[in-house]
Design a protein around this ligand. Structure first.
Ligand code: BGC
Length: 371
C-alpha cells in the first residue's frame, strides 16, 4: 500500500534526503583528503610549501663584511648548509650591536632551528641568547666566543696559537730583547685577548718588551692609521709591530712607507688577505696567519645541521674539547691555523687555492717571469 504524505511530511522527507546526500559528499571529501594527505584548507601548492617548511632553518648574523675573509665564511657556510638540506638566512649587523640583537630577536620570532652568531661584542648578547635557548633554538658562537651565555657550541681557530705564531715568526727572524708595539682589534672581540696572550707569552720568553698597545675599536683600520700618525716616535723606536689582522697591517705598512720605514720594521698580521700575501712576497710584511676558512665554515654548517636534527656532534679536522665562557664550559672545535711567510707562500696559500699565484705575485715581476 502506497504511503500517503502530507505536505509537511513531504518537506521533512526531502530535507532528510538532502542531508544524507550532503553527509555522503562530506565523507567522500574527507576520504579524498586523507588519501592526498592534505587538510581541508590546503591546496596542492601549499602541500609543497609544507614540505619546504620542514627544511632546517638556520639564521646567521655577521658582525660585518668589511674584512675580506667574512664573505668567504658566508659563502662556504651557505653552500655547505644547502648541500645538507638546510636553508640559511644571512644578516649583516654592520658593526652595530643593537642591530645584531634585533637580528637575533628576528630569528627567534621566525622559529629558526639554529642561530649562528659572529658576535660584535662578546659581553652584550647574554639575554638574547637566553631567550633563543628558552625558545628551544640551538646557538653556535662562530669564530668568536660569547661570554657567560652558555651557547651550545663554539667553533673557531686556535686563537692563542695564532698569537704564538705571530710571536714565533718575529723570534725566528732574530727578534730577541727587542721593542714591540701591538696594534690590536677591540677588547669586545674575545679573540683579541686570546691572540694577545699567545703573542705576549712568546715575546716574554725571548726578552722582548711591549712598549705600547693600541686597541682599534670595531676593528676600524683607520684608527690604526691615526695611532701610527700620532705615535711616530714610538714607531721609530720599535723593532716590530704586531697587527691584530691584515687589514690593520695594511694601514700600519702604509704609515711606515710614508716615513720610508716599510720593510725596516717587522710587521705580522693574520687572515692571509690577498694584499697581505702581496706585501709578504714584496718584503713589507714578515708574515700572516692563514686560517682555513673552508674548514671552519663547512664544519660549522655540519654541526648546525646535526644540532637541528638532535644528532651527536662529532667533528673532523680539529680538536673537540671544551672552553670556559667565563661561567659555563662550552663544547668547542678549534681548527689549526698555519703561519705563512715568503718561504711557504706557494705551499700554503697557492696550493690550497686560497689565492691565485698571479694575484699574490702581481707586483713581483721577476718571480712571475721566472715561472
Ligand atoms: C677574527 C679575524 C678578523 C677580525 C676582524 C676576528 O675575530 O679572528 O680573523 O680579521 O675578527 O673581522
Amino acid at each position: 500500500m502506497k504511503t500517503k504524505y502530507t505536505k509537511a511530511g513531504k518537506i521533512a522527507h526531502f530535507s532528510t534526503f538532502i542531508k544524507r546526500i550532503l553527509c555522503v559528499f562530506v565523507v567522500l571529501i574527507m576520504l579524498a583528503c586523507s588519501i592526498c594527505g592534505c587538510t581541508g584548507e590546503e591546496s596542492g601548492g601549499s602541500t609543497q610549501k609544507k614540505k619546504e617548511d620542514k627544511k632546517i632553518q638556520i639564521g646567521m648574523t655577521f658582525d660585518s663584511f668589511v674584512i675580506e675573509r667574512w664573505q668567504r665564511d658566508r659563502d662556504v657556510f651557505v653552500s655547505m648548509a644547502k648541500e645538507l638540506g638546510a636553508e640559511v638566512n644571512i644578516q649583516n649587523a654592520n658593526g652595530d650591536i643593537s642591530e645584531q640583537k634585533k637580528q637575533i630577536e628576528y630569528f627567534i620570532k621566525k622559529g629558526m632551528d639554529v642561530i649562528v652568531i659572529v658576535s660584535i661584542d662578546s659581553m652584550a648578547l647574554k639575554a638574547n641568547i637566553q631567550k633563543a635557548k628558552d625558545a628551544g633554538i640551538k646557538v653556535i658562537a662562530y669564530d668568536r666566543l660569547i661570554s657567560d651565555s652558555n651557547v651550545d657550541f663554539y667553533i673557531s681557530f686556535d686563537n692563542e696559537k695564532v698569537g704564538e705564531m705571530m710571536g714565533q715568526a718575529l723570534v725566528d727572524n732574530g727578534l730577541e730583547n727587542g721593542k714591540v708595539i701591538m696594534v690590536c682589534g677591540p677588547h669586545s672581540d674575545n679573540n683579541v685577548p686570546m691572540v694577545g696572550k699567545g703573542f705576549k707569552d712568546v715575546m716574554k720568553e725571548h726578552g722582548n718588551e711591549i712598549i705600547d698597545t693600541f686597541y682599534a675599536d670595531g676593528w676600524k683600520a683607520e684608527l690604526a692609521s691615526d695611532y701610527m700618525d700620532k705615535n711616530m716616535s714610538s714607531v721609530i723606536d720599535c723593532d716590530a709591530i704586531m697587527c691584530g689582522n691584515d687589514d690593520i697591517a695594511s694601514r700600519v705598512v702604509t704609515a711606515l712607507s710614508e716615513k720610508r720605514l716599510a720593510g725596516k720594521k717587522l710587521v705580522v698580521g693574520q687572515d692571509a688577505d690577498l694584499e697581505a700575501c702581496q706585501r709578504i712576497v714584496e718584503g713589507t710584511q714578515l708574515m700572516t696567519v692563514y686560517k682555513p676558512i673552508e674548514k671552519l665554515a663547512q664544519a660549522a654548517a655540519e654541526i648546525a645541521v646535526k644540532m637541528a636534527k638532535g644528532e651527536e656532534i662529532t667533528a673532523a679536522g680539529g680538536r673537540t674539547s671544551t672552553i670556559s665562557d667565563g661561567t659555563y664550559e662550552i663544547p668547542c672545535l678549534k681548527i689549526e691555523p698555519v703561519s705563512v711567510t715568503a718561504e711557504n707562500m706557494d705551499e700554503v696559500i697557492i696550493k690550497s687555492g686560497f689565492h691565485l699565484k698571479e694575484d699574490v705575485y702581481l707586483n713581483v715581476h721577476d718571480k712571475t717571469e721566472e715561472d
